[in-house]
Design a binder for this molecule. Structure first.
Ligand code: ADP
Length: 213
């Protein structure tokens, strides 16, 4: 079963994806992470991407589609993908349907994490991600877990694009281009909305219920 986790930046998609990966043996396809990994490789392609990301802009559909196809065609991940942060516009949503169709796959659940902008600001300003294991924590809410992080707290880093101006830019972009994706998906029988302002484990429980049916 492939799944889409959908919602504004900071809604908790990455956080929940980590749990699904562990419990249900899934592969997390975060286009944000795929892009950041390309940046780390310091290729020309990577520098192009870096410039766009650090300005809070989206990279072109062409770039994302290229990275995406590579993962969807990987047999190891077949029918076990969580799309986290993708699709971000209606074009990408249509394109995802086409690629999945081409490789004889479908989306079993579209899970929408709905959160208001005030909550998001605090979450994003405190977000820290581990360079080694990709775990996401929050410096305001997870002080103890940060101290005890198994990879060592020195690996927990702030993302360059997590500052207030860029957060606002990302949220505006989300409202303009990503929200229409909701209309595209909300009519679908597989669409389900969860209140993203709930505690992390309450959301995880709801997702587990959905995945175990
Ligand atoms: P997204 O992938 O949707 O952009 P993240 O999963 O990276 O969001 O979460 C953003 C920040 O909010 C992180 O610091 C994370 O630890 C924190 N967070 C995620 N879900 C919750 C929640 N339900 N309650 C409180 N904080 C959360």
């Amino acid at each position: 079963m492939n799944i889409i986790l959908f919602g504004p930046p900071g809604a908790g998609k990455g956080t929940q994806a980590q749990f699904i990966v562990k419990k249900h043996n899934y592969f997390q396809l975060s286009t944000g992470n795929l892009l950041r990994e390309e940046v780390k490789l310091k290729t020309t392609f990577g520098s192009e991407i870096e410039l766009l990301i650090s300005n809070g802009k989206f990279v072109s559909d062409e770039i994302v589609n290229k990275l995406l196809k590579k993962s969807i065609t990987n047999l190891k991940f077949r029918d076990r993908i969580i799309f986290d942060g993708y699709p971000r516009n209606v074009e990408q949503a249509k394109n995802l349907d086409l690629i999945l169709d081409e490789f004889d796959q479908t989306i079993a659940h579209i899970i929408f994490l709905n959160v208001s902008r005030d909550v998001i600001e605090k979450r994003i300003m405190g977000r820290m991600t581990c360079d080694k294991c990709n775990m996401t924590l929050n410096e305001f809410f997870n002080k103890e877990q940060i101290e005890l992080h198994p990879c060592g707290k020195e690996f927990l880093k702030k993302r360059k694009d997590d500052n207030l101006d860029i957060v606002v830019a990302r949220y505006d972009t989300y409202m303009k281009t990503t929200k229409p994706v909701l209309d595209f998906y909300s009519k679908n029988v597989n669409f389900i909305e969860i209140d993203g302002a709930l505690e992390i484990n309450q959301i995880t429980n709801k997702i587990n219920e959905i995945l175990n049916v």
